[in-house]
Design a protein around this ligand. Sequence first.
Ligand SMILES: [Mg+2]
Length: 293
Amino acid sequence: MITNQNAFLLDMDGVIYRDDHVIPGAERLIELFQKKDIPFLFLTNNSMPTAEDLAVKLKHLGFKNLHPRHFYTSAINTAEFLRETHPNCTAYVLGEGGLISALQEAKIPNDSISPHYVVVGEGSPSMDKIAKAHELIERGARLVVTNPDCWCPSGGNKTRPGAGALAAFLQTSTGQRPYYLGKPNPYMFTRAQRRLMASYSQARDVIMVGDTMETDIRGAVEIGIQAYLVLTGSTALGDLADYVYQPTRVLGSVADLLEEVETGKQSDRLSSPAFQPPPKLDGVIKKKRYATA
Ligand SMILES: [Mg+2]
């Protein structure tokens, strides 16, 4: 049963939208969370946008009353990790606005001469910048990556290389093993949980809702919170047998939570909507095997 003792961590791509298509029921679910005072936080491995960018994107997609505080990205998680574990460190950055502004907010200076870290996020850096990162790692900088995803959806049924792929390139060229923040690193989940608890002290039972087994579900299982898998993204029902860890529940889409959140009555697990086909969406990327470096 879902009550305001629950709190939700929600992945974004593949859970509430794909490209610019909202997954049916997602807007209503967020409305219900707000109406019933159920805490929620969007949790994304995409380190390109800032929390402000994501709030604007969702506003344009039709979601109401969302603020930057509702979003926690792997870029913010990486900046928090560096600030906490290595005060006064410096970094050379391969990444976009979301990562650059998160590091600035954490007061981590950009350093292209002798940084403690090369920090890699999503983006399309030039070969010159990649060569510079290689050189700095060879001279002693450590390699930190915002998230392990090797590919990301880029719209129109296409994908592009992700931060994990760029990290694999630098690992191959320098021999240094990267350290990954973001999901499924428990640091991402525990920080996100702490944010939820800081704003909503009544939240006790946290539920992660995600579409990717290797990040959303694995991270949730490993820190001991509930993990709901939705089938509107990168995982098909038939893939589940490939994994040692399993989701707590499997849902066709977030729409399957609406009745339970609205009425407070628990759905029958045996009539799990997972066994119904997920809603059809234009531009949804066909299932692609996840691969980490
Ligand atoms: Mg996703």
